[in-house]
Design a protein around this ligand. Structure first.
Ligand SMILES: [Ca+2]
Ligand SMILES: [Ca+2]
Ligand SMILES: [Ca+2]
Length: 475
């Protein structure tokens, strides 16, 4: 029984311990494969893919080494989503296509934390398979993957495509791709879409641009009890910053791209977040509604080198605790290190623009196997599991499970800072001590004719026992 394993661990090791593992920072995705600034201890966690979420939590004392680190490995998404494409393998390196919008409001709107991989919403660029979830996850949805009455691997919407389509006054059944989102109940939903489209909004028939920042005002929204969007007023969208305005902001910023050239066009708004430290302005819509618009942090498609900008003062480079998140024109390329990733080369910035962004308060406690599919039989140490933990002392739990991984359980009162759920019904301690922050442990021997899955989840010893994200190896 999983809780017995945790009880035993608690009895053995409950000895005070590490300071809080939650740090305020940024959940984000990059548009291209990137390498963490730290190199992540030489582990496979150093490679950040466009369908994986990273966490960047710089503080004023860590600026020289501040690095984004992988927070949602695709191997964890493969466990959360299950065999969504029904091919018998959990491993699907292409899941989601890319993650193009992020919304973590556990620690902001609700006033409670932390943000974790179960609470955070995102949007995909390619649909998730429908073999497990009873609800689809499409590019026009903003959703997360939870466990509910239908089991694990279920899609739960912050806001589903049909509601965006309704708010845009588009024909029922229209398809869109949400490309950026930010939300606060005092303001409503801010978003941007990936492709220009005709809509019938507050101003009547309107060509919506991919560089527009759109708002569904708070008064046009109905909520679920847990502050997700249950309904919208039809044709309620207001264009609060037209693409031409976003282009003007970008030109006013005077920021360089990865080659050192000054950018002057947004082209496509790629990420949005609300900055409560900045001033609020107002936009009066065509129908006379006064829409309060907070300062927005944003990224644009032209912003290679992973720059972040803000609408404050008609366009500035956004400032993190470590300084400007981009290089001013005349001072060389924007390299990427300011947002936690390695430059592509000497004097050449990272290829990515930031593709999704949310302020968050979270911890990074993750696993990723070096190989995802093992033969049967396989000798001990055929491959290894790499880990990253904020805790000095960790153990690895293991279970040989059936071809369908058994459902997860909420681990409360354990793991209230990191991943909240424990997978597998009789998980046992496999490897220890595993010292933080980075390391690796070998896989066990796989017996002949074994057909099933190998499930791993780490436990870090903080003030509490804190679970890592799970990973599954297909045999
Ligand atoms: Ca699969
Ligand atoms: Ca999308
Ligand atoms: Ca995006």
């Amino acid at each position: 029984m999983n809780t017995n394993t945790l009880l035993t661990l608690t009895a053995l090791f409950a000895t005070g311990a590490a300071a809080t593992a939650q740090m305020p920072g940024y959940l984000l995705t990059y548009s291209q494969p990137e390498t963490t600034f730290s190199g992540s201890g030489g582990t496979v966690l150093a490679t950040l893919r466009p369908n994986e979420i990273s966490y960047f939590a710089p503080t004023s004392t860590t600026c020289a080494t501040a690095s984004a680190e992988k927070w949602l490995p695709h191997s964890a998404s493969n466990v959360l989503a299950g065999d969504e494409n029904g091919d018998g393998l959990y491993f699907n390196p292409a899941i989601f296509g890319s993650i193009d919008a992020l919304l973590a409001h556990n620690s902001t709107a609700a006033g409670i934390g932390p943000d974790h991989q179960r609470s955070t919403f995102w949007s995909v660029s390619a649909p998730m398979g429908n073999a497990v979830s009873t609800s689809p996850f499409r590019p026009g949805d903003v959703a997360r993957i939870v466990r509910n009455g239908s089991g694990d691997g279920q899609v739960e919407y912050f806001m589903r495509q049909e509601l965006f389509v309704q708010a845009l006054g588009m024909p029922v059944g229209s398809l869109i791709d949400i490309d950026a989102i930010a939300f606060n109940p005092n303001y409503g939903v801010f978003f941007s879409i990936d492709t220009d489209t005709l809509a019938v909004i507050d101003c009547g028939p309107t060509l919506i641009r991919d560089g527009d920042v759109l708002c569904i005002p708070g008064g046009a929204l109905n909520y679920t009890p847990d502050l997700r969007i249950a309904g919208v007023m039809p044709s309620s969208v207001v264009v609060v910053h037209p693409e031409a305005q976003m282009n003007a902001f970008v030109a006013n910023v005077h920021v360089t791209n990865r080659f050192g050239a000054c950018i002057s066009l947004a082209v496509d708004v790629e990420a949005l977040e609300i900055d409560f430290n900045g001033p609020t302005t107002t936009v009066v819509s065509c129908s006379g509604i006064v829409v309060p618009v907070p300062t927005l942090v944003f990224s644009v498609e032209t912003g290679t080198g992973a720059s972040l900008l803000t609408t404050q003062a008609f366009g500035q480079i956004y400032t993190t605790p470590c300084g400007p998140a981009g290089t001013s024109c005349g001072w060389g390329p924007t390299l990427g290190n300011q947002m936690g990733i390695s430059p592509a080369g000497l004097g050449l910035g990272a290829a990515s623009h930031i593709n999704a962004l949310s302020f968050a308060r979270s911890c990074t406690n993750v696993l990723q196997p070096q190989l995802h599919v093992l033969p049967s039989p396989a000798p001990a140490g055929f491959t290894a599991i790499d880990y990253h933990s904020p805790f000095a002392f960790n153990v690895a739990l293991i279970e040989l499970v059936s071809p369908i991984v058994p459902g997860s359980f909420n681990a409360f009162p354990w793991s209230q800072l990191c991943f909240p759920d424990i997978y597998a019904p009789s998980i046992t301690v496999y490897a220890w001590p595993l010292w933080g922050p980075f390391g690796s442990f070998p896989t066990p021997a796989i017996p002949p004719l074994f057909s099933g899955k190998l499930l791993f989840q780490n436990v870090g010893f903080g003030i509490n026992l804190e679970l890592s994200t799970p990973c599954v190896l297909d045999i």
